[in-house]
Design a protein. Sequence first.
Lengths: 160, 207
Amino acid sequence: MSKFKKKKGGELPAISTASLPDIVFMLLFFFMVATVMRDSTLMVVNKLPAADQVQKLDKKDRVMYIYAGKPSNRYQDKYGTSAKIQLNDKFATVSEVGAFILAERAAKRQELQNVLTTALKVDSDTKMGLVQDIKQELRKVSALKINYTTRLGDYTQNIN
Amino acid sequence: MAKRAAPEVNAGSMADIAFLLLIFFLVTTTIETDSGLNRKLPPMEDQVDPPIIRQKNIFTVVVNKNDQLLVEEELTDIKDLRSLAVAFLDNGGGVGDEACDYCQGERDESSSDNPDKAIISLKNNRETSYKVYIAIQNELVAAYNDLRNREFLRLYPSVGLNFVDAQKKYDDPRTSVDLSDQLKPKLDVVKAMYPQKLSEAEPSKTN
């Protein structure tokens, strides 16, 4: 009566890991869709201030980014600790902002050139003097639409 | 020759490859903060003759280098700024042509005539810190948004949204064209009732 012989041993069957790649791929695709590539390495400290009356920024191809803040730790030996402007991948002076905007604008498609926004990603501890200088430069090249990029949060976080 | 079954490719390392890719994307990407306060800078050309604005229609906000706030010549805490700005904008002290029939303010004669005339003037020092400046901008925008929300809900209760949400809906590219077309005139009406008139003076080096 071998047909009814009980199966030997109480070994647990191995858990199939065949679906593991599927799970990981799912995660991978989620991250690929939900995030954007960082297009320039940040060379400045960029802790954005908080605000809650925010509006969403336009599509990415209609935005030009200007970063400002103290140089990050690894650049402080070379560039000091006073706030600086970063355009694309390098530090710049205030007078270069205008040329940068014009170059960026020229690189965009014709129909987008009038609807561009300049996003100012400025560190919270920067002084207004620098921001004011940037704004003045932007006015000179009539890039008048600006956006102070902020983190979502209550304004009281800014005061301490 | 005997037919041989094709050997199965071992897929055990697939997970490792996928993990590698996943970690690569995790490291190289950031979830962008893509929202902020939209502002419009004034054009460069000088105005030929600056319009004459009566002092009572100007709400002055001055920030000094120690991040202290002076609102209408009085030292103020930033948490009171929003209510002061709302009170100023919504005052509606004008009479005759300048009367404001939707304002719910105190109609104080020494404050603004109507929201269309009311101008908020923000002046900062070069040493003011950016975060405080953003906090102030945020509160001033909030004052406008509060008033616009109120009027939007009063005029268009059927929409079921307040002004900020309606604006968000309008800006969202996924909103259908029909709905956008319906929202646009309503948004414009409310915007015209409380136009954002926020003037920024050139910063002072002293004080």
